[in-house]
Write a protein that binds this ligand. Structure first.
Ligand SMILES: [Mn+2]
Length: 413
């Protein structure tokens, strides 16, 4: 009789164990909805939310200051990855790959007073617009991750990724898969243009999809640093006609070392090339001077924040500009003439990989920098456009290859 009882208990116990195991297995395999569940974590930091949701998230990152062994070539494959990477991306793709999707430790390059500033919690939220073309996946993922983890959730309205018709269809799939794997569907929106548009029109495509009060444009190979967004949003909130750029710190393209940039401002020459100018003497005397916004004639263009309505009111970018170049000066001139101003915020730091070369050219090898600059000169420079033109000998036949007649019309009408 006792043996029978034990047998029954045994069966019961086994069934219970199995049910429990099945339940736990089912639980483990059920993913939380996705990021669209925003109401639940509005008050939390995005980073905290993700940490709770998914511990896997934290495996693929590097947390160290010494990057010197990341470039070591161990196999033939390493060599190919590095050399092809330089050609395709203009930086050491082997180091980028090994650095992974996120790096935890970036040096805090701000002046020491920056960390004592208490920013208002009540700031407008931003749509972050990141356009990419043939970007190295890990460089793009670090851009996204750094934004997700170093931006208070409340201030991050959305991230809009625009794939500007990259050559490889695979890249789009990889990025899409990444967004799903990391449960970012509710906050990161990936879109693709129907044809190669270039930086300017790809950004406009993103800006027209955005619904946040502030637009922040970022390059696709950056890492935002601690409290990067608060100073930008504070200034845009306080004066909606100000365009605010962070300090662009330097991520070295061979080693990915992160270095602080000095406080400088943007200028330009008569060739309509952007250049950095030192600040007027006497600007930086006391400690406090190092945290004051720097009034700047122009911005470098890769990274800046602007009130979305103001951006629309001044007519956005010149959508007739192709691929790359000149749009940053055009926007700067446009802002001056439409009553706005431009500033650089020393307490906002974003690291940018300064690539060894721009790894793409325009279709038909058009000199888009010259073309775009001609448009800018024609629209905003009145008689001063001759100063630009005369750098090329005041002779249109020296200018812009075979299309001089078309541009002669532009310049002299
Ligand atoms: Mn760049």
């Amino acid at each position: 009789m006792n043996g029978y009882k034990f047998f029954l208990f045994g069966c019961l116990f086994t069934s219970l164990t199995w049910s429990l195991s099945l339940y736990m297995y089912w639980k483990l395999n059920t993913k939380p909805d996705n990021y669209s569940n925003v109401k639940l974590f509005r008050k939390e930091n995005t980073y905290e939310y993700v940490k709770k949701q998914k511990s896997k998230y934290f495996k693929n990152h590097v947390d160290k200051n010494d990057l010197s062994d990341l470039g070591i070539i161990k196999t033939d494959d390493d060599l190919v990855i590095r050399d092809k990477g330089y050609k395709d991306h203009g930086f050491n793709a082997l180091v980028s790959l090994r650095l992974g999707n996120y790096r935890e430790t970036l040096p805090d390059t701000r002046h020491k007073l920056c960390s004592t500033i208490k920013y208002d919690q009540n700031l407008p939220a931003a749509s972050i617009i990141i356009c990419f073309y043939n970007e190295h996946p890990q460089a793009l993922f670090r851009t996204i991750q750094s934004v997700i983890r170093r931006t208070p959730r409340k201030l991050l309205h959305e991230v809009i990724l625009i794939n500007d018709f990259s050559d490889s269809e695979n890249l789009h799939k990889i990025v899409d898969q990444y967004i799903h794997d990391e449960l970012l569907q509710g906050i990161v929106h990936l879109k693709k243009t129907d044809k190669r548009e270039g930086l300017i029109r790809a950004r406009l495509f993103g800006a027209n999809l955005a619904t946040g009060q502030v637009l922040i444009f970022l390059d696709s190979h950056v890492e935002v640093n601690i409290d990067w967004i608060q100073p930008l949003l504070t200034r845009v909130r306080d004066n909606r006609t100000q365009i605010i750029a962070p300090i662009i710190d330097i991520i070295q393209p061979d080693t990915f070392d992160y270095k602080s940039s000095p406080l400088v401002r943007g200028g330009f020459n008569w060739g309509l090339n952007f250049k950095w100018d030192s600040l007027p003497k006497g600007t930086l005397v006391t400690d406090k001077d190092f945290v004051k916004p720097i009034k700047t004639p122009t911005i470098a263009g890769g990274l800046f924040a602007v009130d979305r309505d103001y951006f629309n009111e001044i007519g956005q970018y010149d959508s007739g500009m192709n691929i790359w170049g000149g749009e940053n000066l055009e926007l700067s001139f446009r802002v001056w003439m439409c009553g706005g101003s431009l500033y650089i915020e020393p307490c906002s730091r974003v690291g940018h990989v300064f690539r060894q070369h721009r790894p793409y050219s325009a279709p038909d090898h058009e000199d888009t920098m010259a073309r775009n600059s001609l448009r800018l000169a024609n629209v905003w420079m009145d008689n001063y456009k001759v100063s630009y033109l005369c750098l090329h000998g005041c002779n249109l036949s020296n200018f812009y290859g075979g299309q001089t007649l078309f541009y002669a019309d532009i310049l002299y009408t």
